[in-house]
Ligand binder design. Structure first.
Ligand SMILES: Cc1cc2nc3c(=O)[nH]c(=O)nc-3n(C[C@H](O)[C@H](O)[C@H](O)COP(=O)(O)OP(=O)(O)OC[C@H]3O[C@@H](n4cnc5c(N)ncnc54)[C@H](O)[C@@H]3O)c2cc1C
Length: 373
């Protein structure tokens, strides 16, 4: 497996970020290889997430992160179409719209502020009267909400299908994906990475990019003392079995949400826990998620919870991803720390990182996402 290829870009970690960068690079004619330590590709945070893509507008974004979000948002419909055509896999992408809800006066006030910021950025978000809310979501009790807003441009996709489609499209275009290949350490000389030590033997390429999600900081420590502060933040989810569509939009209240799937099933999430690299669910959080779901849609009480799971988000100290070159090392890069938005930001991150690896100028300066900031 270890024929050195100095033109090859090696991506360390095959989650949505590694796969998306690989897809963008291979579409530009680059040679790419992904090293993934799991038995299967993309079975960590990228598999576990809810797949919510909140609306964003790159033309009027107020900061670089919002700009990246806006660019990513515009790319998602195009990527979903291309991935379906190339892989034959329907990613479940759809523009179902979102409804943001507030139950308490304080929540309503902060939501109103958030909505006016969205409107300033040219993002459509309109107040829903109780009658209108009931008309579009008949299973909700409108009397329990102080405020409700409709965001028609909110989209969703099904994570497991999206990453499967990405992996297949990558492989069909010639990307080599090695599973059960954990990168343990770097070999370097004169500020250049000369190779990787992995559980499957040495690997050599031309450029290297750390896309190891919540584990990125641990890996970076092997080669530099620069801290990034990427920490694992656990999120738990539950799935309600429902055959008919009980809800039609993504329903969000604070940091919690219900996501309707096209087959009628409903996802409820999530939480933010700092428990190190420990995955797993807890009865306490699962009960809280169920209570949250029942409080919005009482009809869910009649439906069984058939699955629960957790994932480790790559949290960064300021919520912004790290996308850039590692200082003092010529051919080592990192794209990680996307926290709660990695699925959403994956398309824009892929374009930005591919530009950087090719030495091209980008629509957004990567300095905003620098490893040192
Ligand atoms: C419950 C939950 C809900 C979420 N909801 C949303 C949402 O609605 N919208 C949204 O945009 N985002 C959401 N997210 C966040 C999103 O899932 C993450 O930001 C994103 O998946 C991060 O992708 P990643 O590729 O960086 O990390 P990961 O998917 O974790 O991938 C990293 C990969 O690197 C591999 N790896 C690690 N170390 C090594 C090594 N040394 N060698 C080789 N391979 C290695 C791992 O095995 C893993 O496969 C959610 C996350 C969770 C947990």
């Amino acid at each position: 497996m270890n024929q050195p290829n100095s033109n090859e870009v090696i991506l360390i970690g095959g989650g949505v970020i590694g796969l998306s960068i690989a897809y963008e690079l291979t579409c530009r004619g680059q040679q790419v290889r992904i090293l993934e330590r799991g038995n299967q590709i993309a079975r960590e945070a990228s598999w576990a997430g809810a797949g919510i893509l909140p609306p964003a507008n790159p033309d009027s974004a107020l900061n670089p992160c919002e700009k990246l979000r806006g660019i990513s948002h515009r790319l998602h419909p195009q990527w979903a179409k291309r991935l379906q055509q190339e892989s034959g896999i329907d990613t479940g992408f759809r523009q179902c719209g979102g409804i943001y809800l507030a139950k308490k006066p304080g929540e309503a006030a902060s939501l109103a502020g958030y909505i006016s910021m969205l409107n300033e950025e040219g993002i459509e978000a309109s107040f829903l009267s109780k009658d209108k809310l009931l008309a579009i979501e008949p299973t909700l009790d409108p009397d329990q909400f102080q405020a409700a807003y409709l965001l028609p441009d909110e989209m969703t996709l099904r994570n497991p299908r999206h990453v499967k489609a990405l992996a297949k499209a990558c492989e069909l275009r010639g990307v080599r994906i090695d599973t059960q290949c954990e990168v343990l350490d770097f070999e370097s000389s004169d500020g250049i990475i000369t190779g990787l030590r992995t559980t499957a033997g040495p690997v050599t390429g031309g450029q290297y990019c750390i896309t190891s999600g919540a584990w990125s900081s641990e890996l970076l420590k092997q080669v530099t003392a620069i801290p990034t502060g990427i920490v694992p933040i656990r999120g738990q989810m539950i799935l309600f079995e429902a055959s008919k569509s009980l809800i039609h939009h993504i329903l969000s209240e604070g940091s919690r949400y219900l996501v309707p799937r096209a087959d009628g099933k409903v996802l409820a999430g999530s939480c933010e826990e700092e428990v190190g690299f420990q995955k797993g669910t807890t009865p306490e959080i699962l009960n809280q998620l169920a209570d949250f779901a029942y409080s919005l849609v009482p009809a869910l009480k009649e439906h069984e919870i058939t699955m629960s799971w957790s994932g480790l988000r790559p949290g960064s100290f300021d919520g912004m991803p790290y996308i850039g070159k590692i200082p003092n090392i010529d051919n080592l890069f990192m794209a990680s720390g996307h926290f709660r938005s990695g699925i959403h930001l994956s398309t824009g991150t892929a374009v930005l990182m591919a530009d950087l690896l090719e030495g091209k100028d980008s629509e957004i300066s990567v300095e905003h996402f620098g490893i040192i900031r």
